[in-house]
Design a protein around this ligand. Structure first.
Ligand SMILES: [Mn+2]
Length: 317
């Protein structure tokens, strides 16, 4: 079940500067040759601080400040096909129940979508969305942007915001860990055990410092090559906590030493162009943890860069 999304009306209308929120259209069902976005207001799986249930609404509100043209990229979104399928209605207490609801709804939203973007919500929602993607596409590649490996097992029998990629690899044969790339790992934020687990599984790890020295375009290209090799589709999972806390403090686990916001934007723009990227999530924005609204602006920008990349795809399935 979903409930429809609402966007704040622009404070002004100028025919020579169409606001982005005039371009995003509400839709009951996923639209073809389009980016479809769907909100997942759920934070029942978060290990740390709650607040991510407010993410989808805050991203929509932040988008109301945007125009449709980017001078640096030379990209216009006027006339592009972007649809908002609304917010999933999910159980807020029972993670297992919520994940079943998310998986079923993600499957419905993926049908016919060229690119589906799930706006979280906590990072636990990546697991049911990856499941739905495996069921739809078959062999999956996975590109993750995150400060953390998120390779934990279940805690007290339940998945958490720190277990999505570990449990996805463990439970889905469609997801070969050699097609998994994790970008943005840094700081005193992970254990040696999980790093060794990543290496043993064959996951490609690109630390934040490696990512910075190579640059976003090169890292996006290499990550896509690895993730799409032998895959039917690529899933892109973006935990906003990979971005340095000077830009993004409104997440459960803000990180010092993360990638800059503009790095994430360029990275997502490049991956948005890649035809194999069919499903993405943007998770962990917890607007109540950042009253300045900066984090929500970064999250909304990240979404728009991904959409702009998609818009310049040559072929859209
Ligand atoms: Mn994380």
């Amino acid at each position: 079940m979903r409930k429809s999304a609402s966007y704040p009306a622009p404070t002004y209308d100028d025919v020579d500067d169409v606001r982005l929120v005039r371009i995003v259209r509400p839709a009951d069902a996923p639209q073809k040759d389009a980016v479809n976005v769907v909100g997942v207001p759920f934070d029942g799986g978060v290990l740390g601080r709650k607040g991510a249930a407010g993410g989808p609404l805050a991203i929509r509100e932040a988008m109301s400040g945007f125009s449709n043209y980017n001078v640096e990229l030379g990209e216009s979104l006027e006339g592009s096909r972007v649809f908002d399928l609304g917010d999933m209605v999910v159980d807020q207490e029972d993670v297992l129940k919520a994940h079943l609801q998310i998986e079923a709804e993600a499957a419905r939203c993926l049908a016919g979508s060229s690119l589906l973007v799930a706006m979280g919500g906590d990072n636990s929602l990546s697991l049911p969305c990856i499941r739905a993607s495996c069921a739809k596409f078959g062999r999956l590649g996975l590109i993750v942007v995150d400060s953390h490996f998120d390779l934990r097992g279940r805690i007290r029998g339940k998945p958490t915001s720190g277990s999505s990629y570990g449990l996805a690899i463990e439970t889905m044969r469609e997801l070969d860990p050699r097609r998994v790339v994790e970008v943005g790992i840094h700081g005193f934020l992970n254990s040696k055990t999980y790093f060794e687990k990543a290496k043993k599984l064959g996951i490609k790890v690109v630390t934040a410092s490696e990512a910075r020295s190579k640059g976003p375009r090169e890292v996006a290209k290499e990550a896509y090559e690895a993730a799409s090799d032998g895959a039917d589709a690529v899933y892109l999972s973006v935990d906003l906590d990979a971005v340095d806390l000077s830009y993004v403090s409104g997440v459960s686990a803000p990180s010092a030493g993360g990638i800059p916001a503009d790095y994430l934007f360029d990275f997502l723009y490049e991956l948005g162009k890649m035809p194999g990227v069919r499903c993405a999530d943007l998770v962990e924005l917890a607007p109540s943890l950042d009253p300045t609204g900066r984090s929500a602006r970064v999250a909304a920008s990240a979404l728009v860069y991904l959409i702009a990349g998609f818009n310049s795809r040559k072929s859209r399935r």
